[in-house]
Design a protein around this ligand. Structure first.
Ligand code: NAD
Ligand code: ZN
Ligand code: ZN
Length: 343
């Protein structure tokens, strides 16, 4: 089969011919329907060799498809079932895994296929280590649903931990209205009473953000800070989600968050948040959530089935995976690029 693999650090991945994996005991082979192109893959492609796991490996950690073959003893699914693949693959036995929080596995750290150690989904088939990582998709099409497993789940987890702050009259700011940000905006709309403010450097992304339910779209910069302060009578926002994570966005996040608020860093832009006694504001909690839990992914799938959230998907055949990432890099993907090996 063909697989889109990272072969050399800091070089573009390559489409290579590799054997179709045969599922061993408990494992499941999934025929890939969709594999989303996440901005984290761009960070991975830019990382130096010493920060990467063993090469080569197939990238793609945002996957959905159809069950192709069950290994000996694997249960719960039948060939042809449409499934979502939960991405962080834990040990299943530590305290966090037993709560379904395999993103915080105490043994594996929650790394899954496509992030090193295991091959990911930008290939014709994906080997999944256990059927507990599969969730039935019901009526959802794997080609459309794939981004829910990361852009959806990560945003959901980040929003959900702050819901008790987001009553009527509250404000949530989403910095970076790309794949993750667009999901967060729709979830804030569906689950909270907060006014939603999107901030981005791209006017196009702000138009999309408003179409998806944002009350305001502001270009990144000083004026956005002033406007958010005005909107919140000088208090700042209850929740600020930074989906970029570079120095300027983190600085802005601290300026627009309020006392007792939440400042949540989701973007892996490599910036640092300056912290002193009065900034971020007093008793504003800072968190850096990573992905989400298995039960949360089931909730995200329910929201999509209820048509309360929908990703703007642009499909690419496997041979155009490199082009999809180039477009993502250049800011030219409006929602999410999804590689569809079986269109
Ligand atoms: P994306 O490229 O689809 O979206 C990023 C958006 O940020 C774009 O709309 C871009 O215009 C905007 N942007 C860039 N610089 C900006 C700035 N200075 N101010 C405001 N907006 C700016 O990326 P994505 O796939 O949504 O990923 C977003 C980030 O989240 C990435 O850093 C990614 O690695 C990270 N991520 C983290 C997790 C996690 O578990 N914490 C999971 C998935 C992705
Ligand atoms: Zn990702
Ligand atoms: Zn574990």
């Amino acid at each position: 089969m063909r697989a889109f693999q990272l072969v050399h650090a800091q070089k573009p991945p390559e489409l290579r011919e590799v054997p179709v994996p045969d599922p061993g005991p408990g494992q499941v082979l999934v025929k890939v329907g969709g594999a989303g192109a996440c901005h984290s893959d761009l960070h991975l492609m830019e990382a130096p060799a010493e920060r990467l796991p063993k090469l080569p490996f197939t990238i793609g950690h945002e996957n959905a498809g159809w069950v192709e073959k069950l290994g000996p003893g694997a249960t719960g699914f039948a060939p042809g079932d449409p499934v979502m693949v939960y991405g962080p693959w834990g040990c299943g036995l530590c305290a966090n895994c037993r709560e379904g929080k395999e993103n915080y596995c105490q043994k594996t750290g929650g790394l899954g296929g496509g992030l090193g150690g295991h091959d990911g989904g930008m290939a014709e088939y994906l080997l999944v280590p256990a059927s507990r990582f599969l969730i039935p998709l019901g009526t959802l099409d794997p080609r459309e649903a794939a981004p829910l497993s990361d852009a959806g789940l990560t945003s959901y987890h980040a929003v959900k931990r702050s819901l008790d702050l987001l009553g009527p009259g509250s404000t949530a700011v989403v910095i970076g209205a790309g794949g993750l940000g667009q999901m967060a905006i729709q979830m804030l709309r569906a689950l909270s009473a907060a006014a939603v403010v999107a901030v981005d450097t791209s006017a196009d992304k702000l138009t999309t953000a408003k179409r998806l339910g944002a009350d305001e779209g502001l270009l990144s910069g000083e004026e956005a800070v002033t406007r958010i302060k005005d909107m919140t009578r000088g208090q700042g926002a209850e929740l600020v989600l930074d989906m970029v994570g570079v120095d300027p966005t983190l600085r802005m996040a601290a300026q627009v968050a309020r006392v007792l608020g939440h400042l949540t860093i989701v973007g892996l832009g490599g910036g640092a948040l300056p912290v002193d006694f009065s900034s971020p504001p007093h008793e504003c909690s800072v968190a850096s959530p990573y992905w989400g839990s298995i039960p949360e992914l089931m909730e995200v799938i329910t929201l999509a089935q209820q048509q309360k959230i929908k990703m703007l998907v642009e499909g690419f055949p496997l041979e155009r995976a490199g082009e999809a990432y180039q477009l993502l890099h250049d800011g030219k993907i409006q929602g999410r690029a999804v590689v569809t090996p079986h269109p």
